[in-house]
Structure formats: C-alpha cells, structure tokens
Design a protein around this ligand. Structure first.
Ligand SMILES: Cc1cc2nc3c(=O)[nH]c(=O)nc-3n(C[C@H](O)[C@H](O)[C@H](O)COP(=O)(O)O)c2cc1C
Length: 148
C-alpha cells in the first residue's frame, strides 16, 4: 500500500568518526517545519550508515535527478565502496555533495526519535542549493520519471 505513494530519491551522506565517507539511498525524507527549517529522514537501524548518521553533527541530503538512477542503485548496494568512481565535492561541514544532483540540503542533526526498526533523524537546514532539471522518482518498487 505504501508503494502507491510516490517519492523522490536522495542519497544521504555524512562522515564516520574516523573521517570515512558514508552514504545511502533514502526515500524516507520529508519537510517538517519552516520556522525553524526542519526536515526528517528515517534510517533503518541495521543500515551500515546508521551509526555515522546518529553520531555525526550533521548530514547532507542529495536530491537525485532523473539521470541518476545508477547513483540511487549504487548507494543501496551492500559491501562496496559506494563513493568509488562517483564525483563529489565537500560541504562546509565536510560531507559529500554528489555531482549533478538536483538539490543539496545540508543539515545539523538536532533530534532523534525511535521509529521501530528505523531511527527518525530530525535535521535543521543550514544551507541549500538547487539546480534545474527533473527529479528521479520511486514508485511501486521501481524508478520513474516525470512525463513532460
Ligand atoms: C529507492 C530506495 C530508497 C531507499 N530508502 C531508504 C530509506 O528511506 N531509509 C532506509 O533506511 N533505507 C532506505 N533504502 C535502503 C538503503 O539504501 C539500503 O538498505 C542501505 O543502503 C543498505 O545499506 P547497508 O547494506 O550498508 O546496511 C532505500 C533503498 C532504495 C533503493
């Protein structure tokens, strides 16, 4: 039933305590508040990036464009270096900003809530950047694009 609700697709990036880059594909992203500007992401507790996302000071939500289905797939593959061969720059806090994304939302981590087998992470938006283009969509277990 939830698959009937279409979403965008993002790659959330942060850094582990040892400085290594961490990133994972995330569709459970939502706006929460305008004042202050808050967003949330829901991260599975067993995800390899869960530890870093719940301890780092913040994270970046990279909103993927329609041309980035391969990036979405790559950042959900288990046991590979997901950043290998992927171009990126760094945010002011040092988190990876992937090349050619539709939007960049850099957040400070401000709260966390238990959400069953996921952790709900609330971020306060610090910086944003938006580029022109069309979004990658996820619907009923598959990738899709806007028709126009
Ligand atoms: C389109 C798509 C959306 C996803 N959305 C989420 C999400 O919102 N939250 C989450 O915890 N995992 C989500 N995942 C799964 C994670 O990306 C994937 O399980 C994780 O990166 C696997 O990491 P691990 O094997 O290192 O634990 C999504 C995967 C895909 C392909």
């Amino acid at each position: 039933m939830l698959g009937r609700f279409p979403s965008g697709v993002s790659v959330v990036t942060t850094r582990a305590a040892d400085g290594t880059d961490q990133g994972m594909t995330v569709s459970a992203f939502s706006s929460v508040s305008l004042e202050p500007p808050l967003i949330l992401i829901c991260i599975e507790k067993s995800a390899s990036a869960h530890g870093a996302l719940t301890t780092a000071n913040g994270f970046v939500v990279n909103v993927l464009s329609a041309k980035q289905e391969q990036v979405a797939r790559r950042f959900a593959i288990v046991d590979i270096d997901r950043f290998e061969g992927v171009g990126f720059t760094r945010s002011s806090q040092g988190f990876a900003i992937l090349d050619d994304v539709l939007a960049v939302i850099e957040c400070d981590r401000v709260s966390m809530f238990d959400g069953g087998d996921h952790t709900i992470i609330l971020g306060e938006v610090e910086t944003t950047r938006a580029d022109n283009g069309t979004p990658l969509l996820y619907y009923r277990g598959g990738y899709a694009q806007l028709e126009h």
